[in-house]
Design a protein around this ligand. Structure first.
Ligand code: 6GU
Length: 239
């Protein structure tokens, strides 16, 4: 997979792709990631990327021309791919969208800034608009980092066997069970006996029960078949 990211702050995102699983996936040749400076696609001396809004109002609006020049230039290299605009007005990212994006052979990510991008970029350049949640970021860059991480770790071969996605939260639709490591007692807090028992069937049952209980308490929306009564059950009282 190839990912091209266009931003006015290349250093803000570039470092995020130089560590951990994303770095390893790049080193293994599973994904190529290129970060481009939008200002390289301006044509004036001042490398201007924004201008005043028609109709007035606070803040500036990102001009359309640099975005179109950038994407058109990038599309001369290789296949067109899918062009995503990161904006709080986009479709909210979830694991099912991540799974679909992970199947693309190329993504072009446009990091808009919060005040706004000329509507023609959204309407005639982006294939999809994506948000990462209902809160305000100053720009799309942190959202693009989140999206890249989520997509790259699904590339075949990106994870080691110990990092398998099979048992992960959301791939199963449930939250994770609690994890412990040594020591068996820390500041008086003991690891649950069942985990020290060596009884693998009992451990499996306990983990499943913990996943269900946690999901019911914290994310009842993930259990669509179950009525949301979490606020009135006893197990939510002791949080
Ligand atoms: Cl993609 N951009 C901005 N500016 N804020 C966001 C977002 C994106 N997703 C959530 N909040």
């Amino acid at each position: 997979m190839r990912i091209d990211l266009v931003t006015i702050f290349p250093p803000l995102v570039a470092g995020a792709f130089e560590h951990s699983i994303v770095k390893r996936a790049r080193d293994r040749g599973l994904v190529e990631i290129f970060v481009h400076d939008l200002r390289d696609y301006t044509s004036d001396r001042h490398r201007t990327v924004d201008d005043y809004p028609y109709g007035g109002g606070a803040g500036m609006v990102m001009k359309p021309e640099p975005w179109f020049r950038a994407v058109e230039a990038l599309r001369e290299q290789g296949n067109p791919g899918r062009c995503l605009l990161l904006t709080p007005q986009g479709r909210k990212l979830d694991q099912s969208l991540v799974q679909r994006l992970a199947l693309e052979d190329r993504l072009i990510l446009l990091c808009g800034r919060y005040e706004g991008v000329d509507e023609r970029v959204r309407a005639h350049l982006a294939d999809v608009e994506v948000s990462i949640g209902d809160y305000v970021l100053s720009g799309g860059e942190p959202a693009a980092v989140v999206l890249v991480d989520a997509v790259v770790r699904l590339q075949p071969g990106a994870l080691g066997s110990s990092e398998s996605t099979v048992e992960e939260s959301f791939s199963e639709g449930l939250l994770e069970y609690p994890q412990y490591t040594r020591p068996p007692e820390f500041r008086g807090w003991r690891v649950p006996d069942v985990l020290l028992s060596g009884d693998h069937a009992a451990i499996e049952r306990w983990r499943r029960q913990q996943q269900l209980q946690r999901t019911r308490e914290r994310r009842p929306d993930l259990l669509p078949m179950v009525d949301d009564v979490s606020e009135t059950t006893s197990e939510s009282q002791d949080r």
